[in-house]
Ligand binder design. Structure first.
Ligand code: ZN
Length: 508
């Protein structure tokens, strides 16, 4: 009998301190329903991240199946999602599942660090509804971003939990394909058992790198250990997936904390390996501390460096809910007379549209954050010349956005003396070289590149900059890795590294 698989998704990383996310934010990125979701996922440059395309491609390759697509909703990280919009999504998912007739399995694309204005755990709310509708015996498999904060429902409602294993996230398609293989296995009658252990460690974003070139990579070591141990006795053949979830501090939930989730063919294996990896994580607890460069030192480096450097504005990362428009680094570099520099990408629709309208060659006063801005995003003005403009979507070529279609809206590259700044109408993390190249800018010729990105730029710009050429700058913003600067309300305390001490006693 041809398996009938329900498909749905809800993926947004929510920063408790950022402005509310609305339906428009999802429409701008990915809000796709029904057959169009499947069509789009099978296209060469889908308007969605890689999990669903990876899942569908793997299902297609493995034999006949029937997709039952509902709604896939994805947005750039932002604040909590407006409750009314999430309620409408819930109603649509439930109506689609109810109307679908026979369902043999469900695949859900989730992020795991979602919030709504009324709910700490919208993914859990969604999963409990799905379980209620499909009943206890239909397999439900979900994939998660590695910044997921794992709530109980993420484990108790699922037959398999599959988290990304790379940061920058370069394995989204692979994890979608893994979910497809898992679904096939569950359809063949495989029974699964899950275990999860949460540690009182909330790793700052910059300590969650998995690349082999990083100097301090406690998190990457845990992921490697999980992959290694699941293939060795006594776990080989019994453990089906090990997911080490670094979590997203800025969601500020009662279930924040680095969490190990194991899916296995027996409970002992799941429990045993989860315990082993959690203990290895606890042993590394002192290593989850950021090492940033002060703005003053960054200015000195940018002014004087002989070899090219890339400066990451980690505290204003749109990929973590940052607004992509703080001026601290741009203003300081401009005042210091830094030359040969590219800065991207600033989200400022008013300025982007103005420059776009003026056209190439126009000289004008660039007024950033002209509406007054907010606590972190301050107004800044400087004489500028428009270097290039465009309003066609950009096709990502490298890193997390590879082969994604990105709608930037009317946009421009403008020169402020020796600094060329790319300004967009829509908000994106500067994770792909195309954000410069699409404007005719030569990254290889720049002395200094500044990116509004915490870490995903590493997967896009690694062909220009080695790990040693990356400077993570300590500037103000909504995504600062210095977690002690935030007023946490829901985070379990004490927790490392926000507090000096925390207790964890493995129950044996
Ligand atoms: Zn992530």
């Amino acid at each position: 009998m041809t398996p009938r698989i329900a498909l749905l998704g809800f993926s947004i990383e929510c920063n408790r301190f950022a402005p509310i996310a609305t339906e428009t934010d999802f429409v701008t990125r990915t809000l796709i329903a029904g057959a169009e979701m499947v069509r789009e996922a099978r296209s060469p440059a889908p308007r969605m991240l890689g999990e669903m395309p990876g899942f569908i491609a793997a299902m297609d390759a493995a034999g006949p199946w029937e997709p039952l697509p509902s709604v896939l909703a994805m947005a750039e990280p932002n604040g909590p999602v407006e409750q009314g919009f999430f309620d409408r999504l819930m109603a649509q998912w439930e109506a689609d599942l109810t109307a679908a007739g026979r369902i043999d399995a469900v695949y859900a694309v989730l992020h795991g660090a979602g919030l709504t204005t009324d709910d700490h755990d919208p993914e859990g709310t969604l999963l409990r509804m799905v379980r209620r509708v499909v009943g206890p015996s239909v397999p439900i498999v979900a994939t998660y971003d590695l910044h997921a904060n794992v709530a109980d429902a993420d484990v108790t409602t699922l037959n398999a939990f599959i988290g990304y294993r790379t940061n920058p996230h370069l394995d989204m398609r692979e994890r979608g394909a893994e979910a497809a293989a898992m679904v096939r296995r569950l359809l063949d009658g495989q029974k699964t058992y899950l275990a999860h252990i949460r540690l009182p460690i909330v790793p700052p974003t910059v300590t969650q790198l998995t690349g082999k070139d990083a100097t301090n990579r406690p998190y990457g070591e845990l992921i490697d250990l999980g992959q290694q141990r699941m293939r060795q006795p006594p776990y080989a053949g019994r453990v089906l997936n090990v997911s080490v979830m670094g979590g997203f501090a800025f969601a500020d939930t009662p279930f924040n904390g680095l969490t190990v989730v194991v899916t296995a063919t027996d409970q002992d294996a799941a429990d045993g390996l989860a315990r082993e990896i959690a203990e290895a994580g606890w042993a590394r607890r002192a290593k989850f501390r950021p090492m940033l460069t002060s703005l003053e030192d960054a200015v000195r480096l940018a002014r004087d460096t002989a070899s090219p450097l890339i400066f990451a504005d980690v505290a204003d990362n749109p990929g973590g809910g940052g607004r992509g428009n703080t001026m601290a680094i741009l203003q300081a570099f401009h005042q210091a007379g830094v030359t040969g520099a590219l800065v991207g990408v600033i989200h400022d629709p008013a300025l982007a549209r103005e420059a776009f309208g003026l056209g190439v060659g126009a000289a004008f006063t660039a007024r950033f954050n002209r509406d007054g801005g907010d606590a972190f995003s301050k107004p800044f003005s400087a004489p500028a010349v428009v270097k290039s403009v465009r309003d066609q979507p950009i096709r990502g070529r490298r890193g997390i956005y590879a082969d994604n279609t990105l709608d930037t809206g009317p946009s421009a590259a403008i020169a402020l003396d020796g600094i060329t700044v790319v300004v967009l109408s829509n908000r994106y993390q500067c994770a792909d070289p195309m954000f410069f190249e699409a404007f005719g800018l030569d990254i290889a010729a720049a002395r200094v590149v500044v990116v509004k990105s915490r870490g995903h730029f590493r997967g896009g710009f690694d062909e220009f900059f080695r790990h040693e050429q990356v400077i993570e700058v300590d500037a103000p913003g909504l995504t600062s890795p210095i977690l002690s600067r935030f007023a946490w309300r829901y985070m379990p305390r004490p927790v490392l590294p926000i507090d000096d001490h925390a207790e964890w006693n493995p129950a044996r």
